[in-house]
Design a protein around this ligand. Structure first.
Ligand code: SF4
Ligand code: SF4
Length: 437
């Protein structure tokens, strides 16, 4: 058994700004902007119209096809408008709802009783509640839990290897039992009765706590401590570290008998099964040297970034003002400037980084040092992919493995010339898709 993977990098974890902060509740805003594209796959189709009254937890957009997921209102109120708005990466249709501040009505499905918690019912409940991978990918969970291959290992990714982000860590400490039960429901959904949990060795307090709670409850759970290294939480790297199995290029984890899912997703599965709660709110972290009060908190889906930053005291002033705003972590997140973008099921973190924390200078020409290739956990040659795509040679970029890139950011982190390698590779992947390569 391994405790890590090959290559990768060691960025400063910077968890200390928020890892001791208990999860609190952000009051829902007076207006929410709920995206219909909160997952991988086809956007959901709105089933409400302007003027309709909706209840917190009510379905407002239907899944469109197998790889899709329904979307729910995070407030009780009235639909004001349906319109296209920005997301961190593109544009999507949003359902805008004005909250009725006098109502506390909430919609829930009927909880599944213990005898009803069969594999089929759990899968159906996950699908009905619109649960998707909440670590960032947003892949519909009911699809992930029905792999084509036979699997023998269900893993919870509790590595949380991205710097700054602490929401999963707080869930492990504060929602331990529902998290564990949710993970066991997910294992049952793939036909297994055991859960493996991978946690990095910079969070041994959480690892010991989870292990002790699981043992005291008699849960069939095994916690494995992994070396703190980025991207320890990437699926293929985590599977290798946990099992020694190598997922072949272009294959899914189920090809080696494994399914991996995320901590918050497991908590959401428990809430769906036991309380009938659809996924319309989540725990997120706001951090970075440029925010006044870093926090971990529950936020209603569809809350605009500007409101979230205000809840955390807003940007610092007087020397520590932020120079970079990121949706997500510093390695895989996306730099944004629009505070009207609204949170979704996958918004785990917002960061305001200061000059000392963020590189904002001009990229320099490649000096062929090879550091990006040495860091790449997928054994790619990022400098060649970058060069091919800059010269318009999409075929060359694909030949050098652009499509296998997991967008972890290790190459850009290692590059002394500060080349925006991940953006180049994302562009190569987009152009390859467009060209059918
Ligand atoms: S090329 Fe892709 S997989 Fe390799 S280090 Fe860069 S972002 Fe990560
Ligand atoms: S790390 Fe940067 S400078 Fe060095 S080879 Fe890669 S792209 Fe070029």
């Amino acid at each position: 058994m391994q405790s890590t993977f090959k290559r990768g990098v060691h960025p400063a974890a910077n968890k200390g700004l928020s890892d001791k902060k208990n999860i609190v509740f952000m009051p829902p805003p007076s207006v929410v902007y709920i995206s219909t594209a909160q997952h991988i796959g086809k956007a959901a189709k709105p089933i409400v119209a302007k003027g309709d009254r909706v209840i917190e937890g009510q379905k407002i957009a239907e899944a469109d096809g197998f790889i899709s997921a329904p979307v729910f209102s995070s407030v009780t109120g009235t639909v004001k408008e349906i319109k296209t708005m920005n997301t961190p990466l593109a544009k999507a249709e949003h359902i805008i709802i004005e909250r009725d501040e006098t109502s506390e009505e909430t919609f829930r499905l009927k909880p599944l009783g213990e005898k009803q918690r069969t594999r089929e019912n759990i899968l159906e409940r996950i699908k009905e509640c619109g649960i998707v991978g909440m670590g960032g990918a947003g892949f519909p969970t009911h699809v992930k839990l029905q792999p084509k291959d036979k699997v023998d290992t269900f893993i919870i990714n509790a590595a949380e290897c991205e710097p700054y982000i602490t929401c999963d860590y707080r869930i492990l400490l504060e929602y331990t039992e529902p998290f564990l039960r949710g993970a066991l429901y997910m294992a049952k959904a793939v036909g297994l009765d055991k859960v493996y949990i991978g946690i990095e060795d910079n969070k041994t307090d959480a690892a010991n706590f989870v292990s002790n709670v699981a043992a005291s409850k008699g849960y069939n759970v095994e916690v494995k401590i992994l070396k703190s290294k980025y991207p320890q939480g990437a699926e293929k790297q985590l599977i290798y570290a946990m099992t020694g199995r190598k997922v072949p290029t272009g294959a899914l984890p189920s090809a080696v008998g494994a399914v991996v899912d995320n901590v918050h997703t497991a908590l959401s599965v428990c809430l769906a099964v036991e309380d009938g709660q659809p996924l319309y709110k989540r725990i997120m972290t706001v951090s970075g040297g440029g925010i006044t009060e870093p926090k971990n908190f529950w936020a209603a889906g569809g809350t605009q970034y500007g409101e979230i930053l205000s809840f955390c005291g807003g940007a610092k002033e007087g020397g520590d003002e932020p120079v970079k705003f990121i949706s997500g972590g510093p390695m895989m997140g996306i730099a944004v400037s629009d505070e009207e973008i609204a949170s979704t099921k996958t918004t785990s973190c917002l960061l305001l980084l200061t000059e000392d924390e963020a590189f904002t200078g001009k990229p320099q020409p490649c000096i062929n040092c090879g550091k990006c290739a040495s860091a790449c956990p997928m054994r790619l040659m990022p400098m060649y992919i970058d060069s091919f795509i800059l010269n318009g040679d999409v075929g060359g970029a694909v030949k050098y493995g652009a499509k296998n890139c997991i967008e972890c950011g290790c190459c850009a982190f290692s590059c002394p010339a500060k080349r925006p390698l991940v953006q180049s590779i994302r562009l190569a992947k987009k152009k390859a898709r467009e060209a059918g390569l």
